[in-house]
Write a protein that binds this ligand. Structure first.
Ligand SMILES: [Mg+2]
Length: 217
């Protein structure tokens, strides 16, 4: 099988760290409450720090008399600012095997499709000068928060954008594999330490390093 286009998840695949640290979201939620003039005691509520879904955000905002749409956008942008500063400070760095991107880019359009925020995905790709044709994270809206992988929305957007032919999505979670299934493309599950994550969605390929990709594509 040869693939024309290669799509990558970002967190845990190109960039060290499984996801954005909870402390980033705690600070972003606290900043949101402060700047919307909300008095509260103790820690910011989980519904603004690490909600499971849109309805938890809405319920939390209703309880605080916060406008959910604008408060969420503010929280997302605050988190992006904080995390981008952390990345620039060296808290999160590319994996060594991202060096293979330069070789792959000679023959394939490359792109990121990440559940992370668009402002952080774009910043990271530019900061580390990765040879990518496009990047797509979640926009700072509640709707997009609800369409994270395993929803196929982000992948479909990118496949359209690149007018991609045969595409391969490389991810480190079973939700990445499920999203690829739903989008109708092949997938590679990256398990750097050899510990394959549990889950039902079966990838097309198992790999333990990005260095395996030139032989796959
Ligand atoms: Mg990941």
């Amino acid at each position: 099988m040869t693939y024309e286009t290669i799509l990558f998840d970002m967190d845990g695949v190109l960039l060290t760290g499984y996801h954005t640290d909870r402390e980033v979201y705690r600070q972003a939620a606290a900043a949101t409450l402060a700047d919307f003039g909300i008095d509260y005691e103790g820690e910011p509520p989980p519904g603004l720090v690490d909600p499971d879904d849109i309805s938890e955000v809405r319920t939390t905002c209703d309880d605080l008399s916060l406008p959910a749409t604008s408060a969420w956008a503010y929280r997302e942008r605050a988190a992006t600012t904080i995390e981008n500063e952390r990345i620039a400070a060296g808290d999160r760095v590319p994996f060594d095997d991202t060096a293979v991107l330069a070789d792959l880019a000679d023959d394939h359009p490359l792109a990121i499709v990440s559940n992370n925020r668009q402002g952080t995905v774009r910043f990271t790709a530019e900061y580390f000068d990765w040879p990518l044709n496009a990047v797509r994270g979640r926009y700072p809206t509640l709707t997009e928060f609800g369409k994270r992988k395993p929803d196929a929305h982000l992948l479909r957007w990118m496949l359209d954008r690149l007018d991609a032919g045969e595409a391969l999505f490389v991810g480190d979670r079973r939700t990445d594999i499920a999203a690829a299934d739903r989008a109708g493309i092949d997938s590679a599950l990256l398990a750097r330490d050899g510990n394959v994550p549990d889950g039902e969605s079966e990838p097309t390929h198992h790999i333990e390093s990005l260095d395996a990709l030139p032989n796959l594509v």
